[in-house]
Design a protein around this ligand. Structure first.
Ligand SMILES: [Zn+2]
Length: 313
């Protein structure tokens, strides 16, 4: 018999910061969007020793000027003053509250910070954000501010990057992102999503991969690989924002694709492998996830962070 040995001591703890605030919770109560997920992901990462308390950093809220790099001043003022119309709130599909405003300001600050940390360390995650349905002048589909679009604009303004790519693997097309960066040759937007699902219409991304209903792991991974290869052949970004939606999962309530939890982990690995092969830093944002069992959504998101850590060297 070999002596008991603590293998934990042998694992090298690669450095990846996780941006998180307890105030990311969107205060939605009993809603299909489990806004408690951010806290549950943090707890699971700690429990599974994927991360220690020292790996988490608290974001400052984005400044109004940062947000105005993407959103109209008029829309920002309406959010701050609680002056959205009934129809504007209806389109958001989540209840308006001061806590919601606080949360999305912090999420935007979090994606700016995650972008900066990714440039420094090779990868970083915002344990939040990914609100890809937000347009310059309005929010929709649970998304108030397009946090990672704000991240790209701020990092460009700081001259920390010139060119960015968004790799959006949420089951829903990244309509807000596509609209924000339409005609901008410095940002390549890739979206792989279920075609027959919200949003309608879908303004064109630089590259849209439209999948039919019910696509499973193998076909999804093949299409994503083709798309990533094409995108990275045509465009060399200084940074990738990875929108790692958990909702292509087969048991998602708002998605119609059929990926397994293992397939989603392979998806994550594929994105990090392709980025690493070209030495491109990756900033993760979480986006959607509406599995019937919230534990599955938490597993899918924590896997993304676990896998990203393997690529930090
Ligand atoms: Zn989604």
């Amino acid at each position: 018999m070999s002596p008991t040995f603590n293998f934990q001591l042998l694992t090298v703890d690669f450095f990846m910061k996780l941006v998180y605030s307890a105030q990311y919770d969107l205060n939605l109560g009993n809603h299909v969007f489990p806004s408690i997920k951010y806290r549950l992901i943090r707890e699971k990462l700690l429990r599974d020793q994927v991360a220690g308390p020292q790996d988490f950093v608290e974001p400052p809220p984005a400044s109004e000027d940062d947000i105005a790099l993407v959103h109209s001043r008029d829309y920002i003022r309406k959010l701050q003053a609680g002056k959205l119309s009934y129809l504007e709130i209806l389109r958001l599909e989540i209840p308006y509250s001061p806590e919601l405003v606080r949360a999305v300001w912090l999420s935007a600050g979090g994606s700016i910070l995650a972008g900066r940390l990714a440039l420094q360390d090779g990868a970083a995650a915002n344990v939040g954000g990914g609100f890809h349905h937000a347009y310059p002048d309005h929010g929709e589909g649970f998304c108030v501010l397009n946090d990672f679009a704000i991240g790209i604009r701020r990092l460009q303004k700081d001259k920390a990057i010139e060119r960015a790519m968004t790799v959006d693997c949420d089951v829903h097309q990244g309509n807000g992102t596509a609209a924000i960066f339409a005609g901008d040759s410095t940002v390549f937007t890739l979206s792989i999503h279920q075609e027959n699902n919200y949003p309608y219409p879908k303004p064109p991304s630089t590259l849209d991969i439209n999948l039919r209903d019910g696509v499973e792991d193998a076909e999804y991974l093949e299409e994503l690989e083709k798309g990533l290869d094409q995108a990275l052949r045509e465009f060399q970004p200084d940074l990738i924002y990875y929108v790692a939606g958990a909702d292509p999962y087969r048991h998602d309530q708002l998605g119609g694709l059929k990926l397994s939890i293992d397939g989603l982990a392979r998806r994550d690995r594929l994105v990090f492998e392709k980025a690493r092969a070209k030495n491109i830093p990756v900033a993760i944002t979480l986006a959607g996830g509406y599995a019937r069992r919230v534990e599955d959504t938490i597993d899918i998101h924590t896997n993304t962070i676990r896998i990203a850590k393997e690529f930090i060297k």
